[in-house]
Design a protein around this ligand. Structure first.
Ligand SMILES: Cc1cc2nc3c(=O)[nH]c(=O)nc-3n(C[C@H](O)[C@H](O)[C@H](O)COP(=O)(O)O)c2cc1C
Length: 314
C-alpha cells in the first residue's frame, strides 16, 4: 500500500496511531510501528523525563519509525520540544493549537512536523510554513475536537492543498479507511480503535466502557470554553452539562475537567473520569493485538475497494 504518506514516513501501511495523552505510551506505540504502521507517543501529561523514557522504550523494541505528539498547551511543552530534538525523533504531530513557530526549527533538526488540524484556513497557513503532510481531524474523533465532520473536512482539505492529507476521526475498520481514501485522503489516523488493543496499557474498565458503548454513547463537553472534548457519557459529562446549562464561568468548567483523563485511564474510574473516545466506539466489540487490528483493517480495505469496483462493472 504505497502512498505519498507511506513514502514520506517510511512505513508499510498508511495508518497512523493517533497520539493520545496518558494512553499511547511505549508498548502501544512500539507494537503499532512494529506492525508496519506509525505509532505515536502521546506526550501530553508527560514531563521531559517520562517522554525521554518512552522514546527509549520504543527504540528498545523496534527500529521502525515512530512519532511523538506534542500538545501545544501542555505546561511541559518547552522541555518536550528539547527532548524530541535531542533524541532526534523522526516525526512530530501537534495538537491543541498552531505549531507554525516549531516547523522550521524542527525541520533544521531533521524532524518532520505533521500538524493535526480541524480547519482548511489553518491548514493553508501551515502549508505556507513548509509542512509536507497534514492530519485533517473531524469532530467524530475522541479527545479535543473541532467542529467539522471528517466527511466534510477531508475533501475540502484535499481540494485546497497539494500536500497529502491524512484523515482522522470516525475510522474504526477497513470500510472507514476506504471511505477516507474515496474522499482523497492518502492515509488515516486512528485513535479509539487502538485504545481497545492488548498492548494499550490502560485500566481495563476504560477499554470495557468503549466495548459496552453504542452509536449515541459519546458527547461533546466544554463547548462554551472553546476547547470541546468528545468522551463517553457518564456522571462527569452530566456534571459538565449541568454547569454549562447554568452558564458557569470558563474557569469553573475547566476546573471540573482537570485531571479527569488520568483518573479514567489510570484508576479505571469510568464514571467520574473523562473517558475520551470517538463516535466510532459503538463499532468496537473486542480487544485484540495491534497486529490483528492492522491486518484486518487492510483486508477489509482491499475487500471494500474490490466490492466497489465490482459494483462499477455491473
Ligand atoms: C483517549 C484519547 C486521547 C487523545 N489524546 C490526544 C492528544 O493528546 N493529542 C492529540 O493530538 N490528539 C489526541 N487524541 C486524538 C487522536 O490522536 C486521534 O486523532 C483521534 O482519536 C482519531 O479519531 P478516532 O478516535 O475516531 O479514531 C486523543 C484521542 C483519544 C481517543
Amino acid at each position: 500500500m504505497q502512498t505519498r504518506v507511506t513514502d514520506l514516513l517510511g512505513i508499510d501501511y498508511p495508518i497512523l496511531q493517533g497520539g493520545m495523552a496518558w494512553v499511547s505510551t511505549a508498548p502501544l506505540v512500539a507494537a503499532v510501528s512494529k506492525a508496519g504502521a506509525l505509532g505515536i507517543i502521546g506526550a501530553g501529561g508527560m514531563d521531559a523525563n517520562e517522554l525521554r523514557e518512552n522514546i527509549h522504550q520504543v527504540r528498545a523494541i523496534t527500529e521502525k519509525p515512530f512519532g511523538v505528539n506534542l500538545m501545544l498547551l501542555s505546561p511541559h511543552i518547552n522541555e518536550q520540544i528539547e527532548v524530541v530534538k535531542e533524541e532526534r525523533v523522526p516525526i512530530v504531530t501537534t495538537g491543541a493549537g498552531n505549531p507554525a513557530r516549531l516547523i522550521d526549527d524542527f525541520s533544521k533538526s531533521g524532524i518532520l512536523t505533521i500538524p493535526v488540524v480541524a480547519s482548511v484556513q489553518l491548514a493553508k497557513r501551515l502549508v505556507r510554513h513548509g509542512i509536507q503532510a497534514i492530519i485533517a481531524e473531524g469532530m467524530e474523533s475522541g479527545g479535543h475536537i473541532g467542529e467539522i465532520t471528517t466527511m466534510c473536512l477531508v475533501p475540502q482539505m484535499v481540494d485546497a492543498l497539494d500536500i497529502p492529507v491524512i484523515a482522522a476521526g470516525g475510522i474504526g475498520d477497513g470500510r472507514g479507511m476506504a471511505a477516507a481514501f474515496a474522499l482523497g485522503a492518502e492515509g488515516v489516523q486512528i485513535g479509539t480503535r487502538f485504545v481497545c488493543s492488548n498492548e494499550c496499557q490502560i485500566h481495563p474498565f476504560y477499554k470495557q466502557a468503549i466495548i459496552d458503548s453504542q452509536d449515541r454513547s459519546t458527547i461533546m463537553t466544554g463547548m462554551s470554553t472553546g476547547h470541546p472534548v468528545r468522551c463517553l457519557k457518564n456522571k462527569l459529562t452530566r456534571k459538565f452539562e449541568e454547569l454549562e446549562s447554568l452558564r458557569a464561568s470558563r474557569e469553573e468548567i475547566e476546573a471540573l475537567g482537570s485531571g479527569r483523563l488520568r483518573r479514567a485511564v489510570c484508576e479505571g474510574d469510568v464514571e467520574e473520569g473523562s473517558v475520551m473516545a470517538g463516535q466510532i466506539s459503538g463499532l468496537i466489540h473486542d480487544i485484540k493485538p495491534v497486529s490483528d487490528i492492522i491486518q484486518q483493517m487492510i483486508e477489509e480495505f482491499d475487500n471494500t475497494i474490490a466490492q466497489l469496483t465490482l459494483f462499477q462493472k455491473e
